[in-house]
Design a protein around this ligand. Sequence first.
Ligand code: GLN
Ligand code: ZN
Length: 762
Amino acid sequence: MVLAHNLGFPRIGRDRELKKAQEAFWKGELDEVGLRVVGQQLRTAHWQVQKDAGIELLPVGDFAWYDQVLTHSLTFGVIPERFRGHGNAKPTLQTLFAMARGVSDSCRGGAHAQEMTKWFDTNYHYLVPEFTAEQQFELSWEQLFEEVDEAKALGYAVKPVVIGPLTYLWLGKTKGAEFDKLDLLERLLPLYGQIFQRLAAQGVEWVQIDEPILVLDLPQDWKNAFERAYNLLQKDPLKKLVATYFGDLEDNLGLAAGLPVDGLHIDLVRAPDQYPTILDRMPAYKVLSLGLVNGRNVWRCNLEKALEVARHAHERLGERLWIAPSCSLLHSPVDLAREDKLDAELKSWLAFAVQKCQEVALLARAVSQPEAAEVVAALAESRAVQTSRAASPRIHKPEVQARLAAVLPADSQRQSVFAERIVKQRAGLNLPAFPTTTIGSFPQTPAIRLTRQSFKQGKISKAEYIEAMHSEIHHAVQVQEHLGLDVLVHGEAERNDMVEYFAEQLDGYAFTRFGWVQSYGSRCVKPAVIYGDLSRPKAMTVDWIEYAQSLTDKVMKGMLTGPVTMLMWSFPREDVKREVQAKQLALAIRDEVVDLEAAGIKIVQIDEAAFREGLPLRKAEWQHYLDWATEAFRLTASGVKDETQIHTHMCYSEFNDVIESIAAMDADVITIETSRSDMELLDAFEKFAYPNEIGPGVYDIHSPRVPSKEEIVTLLRKAALRIPVERLWVNPDCGLKTRAWPETKAALMNMVAAAHELRNDL
Ligand code: GLN
Ligand code: ZN
């Protein structure tokens, strides 16, 4: 027998029940008992659905009220001072949500939430643990044990999931006096001992210990710490499966294989080359769990291909072979059966979490019972799906492929170098020093959302919709003129989302109705699915931008989403490399840039918010990614003449290690998020002598707080110390869609006044 197990199941529910309950609870519309009932129902349903799919060992501990890393912080008592009540009271659900969301408290000044950051290279965000040098750890949260009891009472065989000690420490940050996080390991390890003791007493046999940092470039002292830590944990009860995912163990392969534990899980979807090397490094007693079904995408598994590996492994390992998804299914939508609007062919190519569990179980069964009728049928079906996809004219568009194949190096090159372009652009644009602009979106008011929704549901006609949007554009233009901004935008009222808006208009993209994935807390995203060669049937934004330009003599900036961001925030194809998909997108968006230029638009902004996100986990792979990502951007931007000014926008603040590629993108102007870093991140641009123009964000758009003119002046003066003034722009950190109009106007008014003051200094 080969064991089918799962590393984790999505917790949100197939109808996002958890999101709805969380939000109702926060609003005071649902009490704690009600919230807990929803959680329990979801867990019960999810165990059942996994069991029904054929998963034999079910994960417990994958449920979280907000985030699994936060659950661990509570479990270990890693609760920052600002969230601790009086005395040494145990944390409550209020404590948990306070850590996640912050509290405003007029008397005590409140407490800001813990920082949130991306979980490895996924779009899931976790809450960063905060450690102090005196950090003590204490078992403070019973959730895992309660959920184990809950599952056991329902009769399930369970495998609790915990984040391993090294990964947990790695994910945190230090506060206060500087110290080495690794120094906390000795203090933290006894907690794992206590947890394992308790689980053993509950009748648990196996525990899964997630150590995904084993696929990263680890400093030597962290590698050494692995051996030390697991040698100590060895004496504790329970069989331990160390789980790695999201990449190749590479230089850590020997370390991971040799840890004194009872099993190792590896991700063979992201890193198939680890197999069969791993076999020779595995001690003879150990279980090897193969992650053969992609936990992070929506495509059906190629069962025959996966089965080849599984059979080979089975010959070597026998019963010591386990089969699982590549990683927790947290990153995949819940249930394909819910999709009633997808056409049958496309649907037959997809698998969500429930279906992925079935695939895992099928693979396990196929190894031991290759003749079983069910196995034979499933394999035949899988083969048919692969064949139909490989040959489908819906996917393979010869004209798209031919166009890409014919791309020449010159196509990714502007006609002249920046120094020459900027002279022509300045002559044509006629802008003052410190030109002011915004990043694109203006407040998405309830009225705008309602109009878009009514149009989507067919409640208003296209003409009515266009009229309503025109009036929003009109309003936005009036406000901007009144404020005295120099480069205007149309405001993006027609866009639900910066990726979805374009994806809906491109061929090769499909949309699900229920394909939600948790992004953080109660926030879920429903990425579009790239299923085929990508192309643009017709112009996507020109009418709106042209209309906006017709309302003003000022320069109207066209607004597009770049190819890398389109790709990173979609479910990509698995049958074609990411870079090919990015370049197909690049060509499609390039046509839009050219069309905007032809319509008389002098500035086009191509947003690449996700450019940095795409960086691979391993440094050695960075350059390859940066090369094709940069190339895709340039291909998008280079169809226009010198006079047309290309902007790009990136809303984050770490550029040091990628500044060379940012420069290689060769946008005429880049706007970035800087206000919270006090302009310090401009250091990277200064040090590199970044040659093109820059608009460092002068105020944080995440809060309704209105920045004063003086603050903005101070920030701009700091910027001017680092970047020559003739190359500085003045703009907010990012788009304003989440803001309301009153604060937006007030803030922009101060921003424009600040720009005037700097002009006077000249
Ligand atoms: N143009 C987009 C906006 O203003 C950019 C958003 C982003 O960078 N996340 O909303
Ligand atoms: Zn932004």
